[in-house]
Design a protein around this ligand. Structure first.
Ligand SMILES: Nc1ncnc2c1ncn2[C@@H]1O[C@H](COP(=O)(O)OP(=O)(O)OP(=O)(O)O)[C@@H](O)[C@H]1O
Length: 341
């Protein structure tokens, strides 16, 4: 429903060309919660701002619901914008207006009736859990409450797409979790497609079903969250994944296995779903009961309701046994990788 086709964007800073985006292609399906992650300056904001026309590409196309948004007539552009709402890192509330009036603003701009505005604003304030704060002003609210107002304001117009620009970056971890839960409800309850940008992998882990990684204006990796977290290909993606799924062997164990490299081979096992792991480890010990095996590192993470487990195991076995062990592990649909130490 949102397709970016070969998007490039160049800016000029003091007559110097800055390539913010270079040949970015991406498809967001209806109902997706698609996260775009990258370091500062990677080009995330520039990309997301193109969906609602805040930024235009230098070349390439953005197709929303089958239509290239750059070729829309002025009326069609207005209709396209009506489908899309946005929330921001610093909430962008009007300090001089109370919560009710902030949320009501998009409807007033559309000349909706007073009754309709009253009903819709109350409904959305109740949805975000702020029905008793309607008379408060933004400076009387916490950061999390301000973002809830931002979300209510974004929802009053019944959008199909919600763009989130670092929506939780200004919030503490606990408040971030509650806002991410709320965004999940927005997606599930109203079937709103969410396209978000972030530099925090926790946001991707806790909220998204799809992820794209942007580096220096290029899309370096994308796919289902489970697939990208389970098997990151690019170094930057691996670095991001490691921020939420630690993968490092503790130092004293590392020292030991480095000193005893002749005797041990370290393998990393990656699996989805709890039963696979317990059954595999049991079967592995049973089948290779003459081989010493020590768990060196283990981590279990929940992604989209599925368990992603990473185990690093040191095997004291000869090369032909190691090959047999690897083949045996693969029969369980578990990914097995050599660990270089
Ligand atoms: N209006 C502009 N004029 C000139 N250069 C710009 C403009 N907007 C963005 N850039 C440049 O484009 C590049 C990408 O910026 P962008 O804001 O899209 O990155 P980002 O990934 O969103 O970073 P951050 O997380 O820090 O916001 C940067 O080098 C930035 O300096």
């Amino acid at each position: 429903m949102i397709v970016f086709k070969h998007i490039a964007k160049e800016f000029y800073q003091k007559k110097k060309k800055v390539v913010a985006l270079n040949d970015v292609s991406l498809e967001v399906q209806k109902g997706d919660i698609y996260g775009i992650i990258g370091y500062s300056g990677a080009g995330k904001s520039t990309l997301i701002r193109m969906v609602n026309g805040l930024e235009n590409p230098t070349s390439g196309q953005i197709i929303v619901d089958g239509k290239d948004i750059q070729t829309l007539s002025p009326n069609e552009k207005i209709l396209n914008k009506k489908k899309i709402s946005m929330i921001f890192q610093h909430f962008n509330l009007l300090e001089s207006k109370n919560v009710f009036d902030n949320v009501a603003l998009p409807l007033k701009l559309r000349n909706e009736s007073k009754d309709a505005i009253d009903r819709k604003v109350k409904e959305m304030l109740s949805f975000v859990g702020l029905e008793d704060k309607d008379k408060n002003y933004p400076n009387q609210l916490s950061g999390g409450q301000k973002q809830r107002v931002g979300i209510a304001r974004a929802l009053v117009t019944n959008p199909e797409i919600l763009l989130c620009d670092e929506a939780t970056s200004a919030l503490d971890p606990k408040t971030t979790k509650s806002i991410l839960k709320l965004l999940k409800r927005v997606n599930e309850q109203f079937n709103i497609t969410i396209l978000l940008i972030t530099h925090e992998m926790e946001v991707i882990r806790d909220l998204c079903n799809k992820v794209a990684v942007i580096e220096n204006g290029q899309l370096i990796e994308s796919g289902n969250v489970i697939q990208v977290f389970g098997q990151p290909k690019e170094q930057t993606t691996k670095d991001f994944v490691e921020t939420v799924i630690p993968n490092k062997i503790p130092k004293d164990l590392l020292d030991f296995y480095q000193k005893n490299q002749q005797s041990y081979t370290l393998l990393r096992l990656k699996f989805l779903g709890e039963n696979t792991a317990s059954s595999l480890l049991y079967q592995l010990n049973k089948r290779f009961n003459h081989v010493e095996s020590n768990i060196v590192f283990a981590n279990v993470t929940e992604l989209e309701g599925t368990t992603l487990g990473i185990f690093t195991i040191a095997f004291s076995a000869n090369e032909s046994n190691i090959q047999e062990i690897k083949a045996f592990i693969k029969e369980f649909n578990v990914i097995v990788e050599d660990v270089k130490i």
